[in-house]
Design a protein around this ligand. Structure first.
Ligand code: NAG
Ligand code: NAG
Length: 279
């Protein structure tokens, strides 16, 4: 009796396992497909080098694609490898490889971000990494919708950001009270937790003088730097990380913050040739 029950139960576990692995690794490939992908990468590298673009989760990707600035390569628009889709194309005429770390996951952990960065650098002919997305705001002099390019993460150099128009409204009815701004040179922070706590927010700001909190940037920066590559982090502020009166605003202002970060990325890539030689 117990045994008879165990078999369907085992089958259930197997089916569940298959289901989970197909959810977590939806793009996992057979050895043949893998070889094909590696060949495509070899071919693509002949046409490089590329600027590596790394974002985190679907709403950021959606905002970036919605700008329509990223034009996919008509022949090889993407390469799938180890569960990640590397998209190939151009941004303002500059060759880029774009990837989102942690396919199918809500948040990519810093481990995932590091692995994705390492893989990008190992596989492709990359000149530098642009990491972007949204972050929590822990600096009371900053506002939701603002874009931050932290100094401790980025080699920002000096170039002209004038003329950057950031979005103030989610739609016709939901707007921020003030026009968002782009701030270069503050400090950012990364942890494996989603910060949504007023006391901890104040502690972070007062102790480390950090202005933003996210879950990936430090990993991307560390991986890029330890491989000898330049990196810049561009984050749009989506919420107050616990400093708010009511519920966290990431659901309402996340898409706006993601769009503003994407706009800053596009502007950065457009001006890429003006960058100091370190980049
Ligand atoms: C907080 O943000 C403002 C910019 O809005 C900046 O001037 C200030 O230096 C930041 N504070 C810290 C401690 O970085
Ligand atoms: C505007 O965005 C908010 C927040 O996402 C949403 O609740 C509301 O329905 C939207 N309104 C319109 C007119 O699209």
């Amino acid at each position: 009796m117990a045994r008879a029950q165990a078999i369907p139960c085992l089958m259930g576990v197997l089916v569940l396992n298959l289901l989970i692995s197909s959810l977590v690794f939806p793009l996992s490939a057979t050895p043949l497909k893998r070889r094909k992908s590696l060949n495509t990468i070899k071919y693509l590298n002949h046409k490089g080098p590329y600027l590596g673009l790394i974002t985190v989760y679907p709403p950021e990707e959606k905002a970036f694609f919605a700008t329509k600035a990223f034009k996919l390569d008509p022949i090889h628009p993407f390469v799938d490898l180890t569960g990640r889709r590397f998209r190939v194309g151009k941004l303002h005429g500059k060759k880029v490889i774009y990837v989102r770390c942690g396919v199918g996951m809500v948040h990519c952990t810093s481990m995932n971000a590091a692995a994705t960065t390492q893989q990008m650098l190992d596989l492709f002919d990359i000149t530098g990494i642009v990491h972007f997305g949204i972050a929590g705001n822990v600096n009371n002099s900053m506002s939701i919708g603002d874009v931050t390019i932290p100094k401790q993460f980025a080699h920002t150099g000096i170039w002209d950001w004038l003329g950057m128009e950031l979005e103030q409204c989610v739609n016709s009815s939901v707007c921020l009270p003030q026009k968002p701004k782009l701030v270069v040179g503050l400090r950012g922070s990364t942890a494996n937790i989603f910060v949504d706590n007023a006391a901890y927010r104040d502690f972070l700001f007062n102790t480390f003088q950090v202005s933003s909190v996210d879950m990936e940037s430090a990993a991307v920066v560390m991986t890029s730097k330890s491989n000898g590559y330049p990196v810049i982090v561009i984050r749009g502020l989506s919420d107050l990380a616990g400093g708010q009166q009511r519920q966290n605003s990431i659901d309402i202002f996340g898409p706006l913050a993601a769009l503003n970060a994407a706009k800053a990325v596009i502007q950065f890539v457009k001006n890429y040739h003006k960058m100091p030689s370190q980049f």
